[in-house]
Design a protein around this ligand. Structure first.
Ligand code: NAP
Length: 289
């Protein structure tokens, strides 16, 4: 069993760290808002630390699941950041969805200190984190991946090594690009059905077994029809993820014409006060709801 530090106990990090503790590892948690760390220790045992550095001291593996690029840089490399406090030979795994640039920056900072880095963003949402059934897309050295696999499998049902540093984040970008297009198509289809007066229960039963089937259709179709969006993956997080995709596409030269249109729709929804709605709220624009 390993000595683990987990930084960031949000919607995702809290249950992910819980699964690592349940597997028998010795877990120290850090959360910016200390009350959440205290609640976590109450529920899962282990201990909590006042800073990322204090949590990381002596750990074999340090994981983070925070927010955007500056947040990861702060907990990893900022004042009281984890990396300078880590012992040589330890592993840092970042589970946040951030730019490939940050992943590469962490890898470079780690290698200067003899610390191996993995960028390991996740997909599967709050439910996937709570059930320990996330998909984990991992960039970094193969031997580091092999050494950290058992810990990532505590919260991941599918843990895939993509290649060198940054490729985990690039894989997650592809995931988000695909979701954006699928959700706009599903929104247009369901709105078309409602306008045509179709029985949407019968419709979803019919088409969710055919070629139009998607995770979004199966898991979000009914709630989109009912105008329910107060759950799931906040569209403001999606706006951050798509911004990261556009920055990377600028670098690689890949055009993203449809994704750009959908990103504009998410901006509109956020400006209208729906930023914490699930990403399936794209249908709201069509229904004026
Ligand atoms: P969240 O519920 O908003 O939690 C964010 C966590 O990060 C909190 O513990 C927060 O601390 C901490 N944090 C943020 N900025 C920080 C900083 N500068 N310094 C220290 N701590 C900081 O977010 P989440 O939904 O768990 O998402 C976390 C990451 O996973 C994001 O990159 C997100 O894109 C990705 N993700 C989310 C989902 C999802 O369905 N939610 C799915 C896949 C991937 P406080 O408690 O003090 O605010």
């Amino acid at each position: 069993m390993s000595k683990i530090a987990f930084l960031g106990l949000g919607v995702m990090g809290y249950p992910m760290a819980g699964h690592i503790a349940a597997a028998g590892h010795d877990v120290t948690v850090y959360n910016r808002t200390a009350a959440k760390a205290e609640a976590w220790v109450e529920e899962h045992g282990g201990s909590h630390a006042p800073t990322p550095a204090a949590a990381a001291e002596g750990a074999d593996i340090v994981l983070s699941c925070v927010g955007d690029d500056p947040d990861v840089l702060q907990v990893a490399l900022g004042p009281d950041g984890a990396v300078p406090a880590m012992r040589e030979g330890a592993i840092y795994i970042d589970n946040s969805t951030v730019s490939a640039d940050v992943a590469r920056k962490l890898a470079a900072a780690g290698s200067e200190r003899g610390i191996s880095m993995l960028d390991a963003p996740v997909s599967g949402g709050q439910a996937g984190a709570e059930n320990g059934k996330l998909t984990v897309m991992v960039g970094g050295a193969q031997d580091t991946f092999n050494a950290a696999l058992a810990v990532m499998q505590c919260y991941g049902a599918r843990v895939v090594h993509m290649g060198k540093a940054g490729t985990g984040q690039q894989a997650k970008m592809v995931n988000q690009i695909c979701i954006a297009g699928v959700l706009q198509g599903l929104s247009e289809g369901l709105n078309f059905a409602i306008e045509a007066g179709l029985d949407t229960d019968a419709l979803l039963e019919a088409i969710s077994g055919g070629a139009a089937q998607s995770w979004q259709m199966v898991n979000r179709g009914q709630t989109m029809v009912k105008n329910e969006f107060d759950f799931g993956f906040a569209l403001d997080w999606m706006r951050k993820d798509l911004r990261i995709c556009f920055e990377e596409a600028e670098r690689t030269g890949a055009p993203l014409p449809m994704t750009k249109i959908v990103a504009g729709y998410y901006d509109e929804l956020s400006a209208a006060g729906h930023g914490r709605n699930d990403t399936s709220a794209l249908i709201r624009r069509l229904r004026n709801s």
